[in-house]
Design a protein around this ligand. Structure first.
Ligand SMILES: [Zn+2]
Length: 277
C-alpha cells in the first residue's frame, strides 16, 4: 500500500482536481493527509530497498546436527543481509557461506574477504546459541570490506547499532558514545587509522584493548556519518578499497581532502561531541 501510493504521484494530482471541482473540505483534507503520508514514506524508505535481491545463503553447523537456535539464527542472518543491502546498497550479490563452529572464538568475515573469500562468514557456536550474534556487523564486512581496519570495524560496529541488529559485541546494545567516553582520552585515532586489514584490533593500540578499539571505531564512524553525512564517509571509505592479500590502510592526508579537517582536528571534534566530563 505504501509503495503504491509513493509510486503514483499523478494520483495525488487527480485527487487535487476533484477536490477543487466539488469544493468539499473533506476531500481537501483527505488529499493533504495522503500527501503528508506520501512524503513521510519517501523520507523513511531505505534508499536501496528495491535493488536488493533474495540472497543465496548456505549455513553449515560443524557439529553436523542442526541446533535449536538455527531457526532464529537463519532469520537474524537474512534480516541482516536485507538491512545492510537496503542501507549501504547492493554492492554484493554473491552467495553467503556461513560456518558455525565450536572452535571459533570470534565471528569473522573481513579476514576471509581479505584472503579472497568474500561472502564467507564464521560464527562461534556459543554466540549463535546465545542469540547475541554480530550478524549485521559481519554482513557489513561483506557488503563494505575495507583495507583500513579501523574504518572497516567502525562501520561494522556502527551498522550493527544503527540497523538495530541483535545486541552483540562490543556494546551489546549500549550507547556507543557513552561507552567511548571512558576510552576517548586514551585513544590515538591517527595510530588506529594506520592499521591495515587484516591486522587484529588487539594489536592496533598499546593503550586500548580489542573491545575498546571496536567501541572507539564505532563511535568515531557514528560521529563522522551523523555529523558530516554518509556521502562524505563513502568518499573517504572508497580511498582504501580492499584488495585481497594487500595491506594499504591509506595516508593520513586523505582526511583533510574529504572533510577539510586534519585527523587531529576531527579527533578533537569527536571528543567534544562525546561531552566528556
Ligand atoms: Zn569486524
Amino acid at each position: 500500500m505504501l509503495k503504491r501510493l509513493r509510486k503514483a504521484p499523478p494520483r495525488r494530482l487527480e485527487l487535487a482536481c476533484r477536490a477543487r471541482s466539488c469544493g468539499t473540505m473533506q476531500r481537501l483534507l483527505r488529499m493533504l493527509v495522503i500527501a503528508a503520508f506520501c512524503s513521510i514514506s519517501d523520507m523513511t524508505d531505505p534508499p536501496h530497498a528495491e535493488s536488493c535481491q533474495t540472497p543465496e545463503v548456505e549455513i553449515r553447523f560443524s557439529s553436523g546436527e542442526t541446533p535449536p537456535s538455527a531457526v532464529q539464527f537463519t532469520r537474524q542472518l537474512r534480516e541482516a543481509i536485507q538491512a545492510v543491502c537496503e542501507w549501504w546498497g547492493p554492492t554484493y550479490d554473491g552467495p553467503f557461506h556461513v560456518l558455525v563452529n565450536d572452535t571459533f572464538r570470534e565471528s569473522m568475515a573481513l579476514v576471509p574477504a581479505w584472503s579472497g573469500r568474500i561472502g564467507y562468514m564464521l560464527f562461534p557456536t556459543s554466540m549463535v546459541t546465545s542469540g547475541h550474534v554480530t550478524t549485521v556487523h559481519e554482513v557489513a564486512h561483506v557488503f563494505a570490506p575495507n583495507a583500513n581496519r579501523f574504518l572497516a570495524e567502525g562501520l561494522a560496529v556502527y551498522a550493527q547499532d544503527h540497523l538495530k541488529g541483535p545486541p552483540a559485541f562490543p556494546n551489546f546494545g549500549a550507547n556507543l558514545n557513552i561507552l567511548a567516553r571512558s576510552y576517548a582520552d586514551r585513544a590515538n585515532l591517527a595510530v588506529l587509522d594506520a592499521a591495515a586489514t587484516p591486522k587484529p584490533p588487539r594489536l592496533m593500540s598499546t593503550t586500548l584493548d580489542a573491545r575498546e578499539v571496536y567501541i572507539v571505531a564505532g563511535s568515531f564512524v557514528r560521529f563522522l556519518i551523523e555529523t558530516y553525512g554518509l556521502p562524505e564517509f563513502r568518499e573517504l571509505y572508497a580511498m582504501t578499497p580492499l584488495v585481497p592479500g594487500q595491506r594499504r590502510p591509506g595516508k593520513l592526508d586523505r582526511w583533510e581532502k574529504v572533510y577539510g579537517l586534519t585527523m587531529d582536528e576531527l579527533s578533537s571534534r569527536w571528543r567534544e561531541s562525546l561531552d566528556l566530563k
